[in-house]
Design a protein around this ligand. Sequence first.
Ligand code: NAD
Length: 503
Amino acid sequence: MPLPYSPRFAYYDGKIQPSSSTSSFTTIDPATSQPLANIHTSTSHAVDAAISSASKAFPAWSSTPAIERARILQKAAAILRSRNDSLAKIETHDTGKPFSETSTVDIVTGADVLEYFANYVGGGGMNGETIQLRPDAWVYSTKNAVGVCAGIGAWNYPIQIALWKSAPCLAAGNTMVYKPSEFTPLHSTLLAEIYAEAGVPPGVFNVVQGGGEVGAYLTQHPSIAKVSFTGQVSTGQKVAASAAGGMKYVTMELGGKSACIILPDADIEQAVDGAMMANFFSTGQVCTNGTRVFIPSTLQSAFEKRLVEKMQYIRAGNVFDPATNFGPLVSKPHWEKVTQYIQHGINVDRAELLYGGASPPPWLASHPDQTYKNGYWVQPTIFTNCTDTMTIVREEIFGPVMAILPYTTVPEAISRANNTSMGLAAGVFTSNLNLAHKVIAQLEAGITWVNSWGESPAEMSVGGWKMSGVGVENGKRGLEAWTRNKSTLVEMGGVVGTVFAKL
Ligand code: NAD
């Protein structure tokens, strides 16, 4: 039986390259475990060819005026928006995320970032600075493209991650070889075709397919000048170490175990909404998830009562039903990992199970589409009265598993929130804005929210502290990561400070 989607290959020299592989694997629909498409793993020869294509395209693209690059990228953003629903459908099949989410978030936030960087470089974002040093001397600096860059994506926001990397990369005049996650590769060549349709020249955006081996070959390649990686901390360590050998620029967007702190004067309704967004959106597969929910002991019972009441608003099921807001996990290995963590929480950590658990969701047995029984579904799960030493509190689960941690004083909550090697995100819920800012200032995290959770607009620079990453994406600072600086001192009054003058 033919698969729903055509095979995916590498893409370079401005076209799909069917002869770029000798082996293939199948990508799976997580809602049903049905195969979606054959993906052809790029050979090392194909990766070399993609890098060579990007190297050939670099001189012309980097010297194209920024305003012209901007015009082309703006057109690509418009094409993305015009195909929102068809691209969202593909993302829903590939990731299992409900269409209600992919059609309103994934393509939209990717196109926003593309438009943001196009407008930014078109409006002078690549300008350097001029410093009048003395009347007869000045310094000027230029921002320059870095060269051929590698983009390596994770599976939770496939096309959004591809756009968050390629938008500033291309806007700054670089070229890219992008490798999607092997679990969610469907968007990759479609994005390459959209760029081409908008007028991006051949070789500026290229795609290779495959898993860690292909990623490792790409990132260690001597012709790669910068690596932008999104994924687990353990993989990021390997990628950064290999990039260090070639002294390559790196951006590392890694995992987290973020703290969501409900302060004593918080509005309970808002705190519950925030904690739910911080744990169950995208079935908990969001890097910035606030999985450690710190609650004052005095508010614990009111908070938990309302939380359990509101869990009924989580609606799993047909991922294309507009009412569905909770999908399956992305893959079988990830389903096994998350289920094991829930079992560990119950049996080894002995945390108190407030909601959900490791057994299959009860609705699955009566679901009209029997193929759903083969999907990677879990129950949204809440543990309470957790302690900081529990495994489910210390390690990133990357699934819909909330840990509630009661506390007594605000300084205690801050100190416990910071007691982790990771520092991606954090947030507070409170009616006291003075206290909010005081607490935020003490939290060791690169992305923070007050009375909200998860929004990450194009203008906001985001990146982790500690083991959660290096550098930022988005916002003005996000462009700097794709440029290198040249400073030039110009002297009109003779060589300053020379010691070689006649005495
Ligand atoms: P992963 O580390 O398993 O894989 C990420 C990518 O790296 C994949 O494309 C994979 O093929 C590739 N890869 C694997 N080994 C490699 C190697 N040795 N060299 C080069 N590439 C290699 O991560 P994942 O499971 O796909 O994604 C989930 C993780 O991503 C979570 O930890 C999550 O927190 C993190 N994440 C972080 C952000 C952020 O912005 N900070 C955003 C999304 C996801």
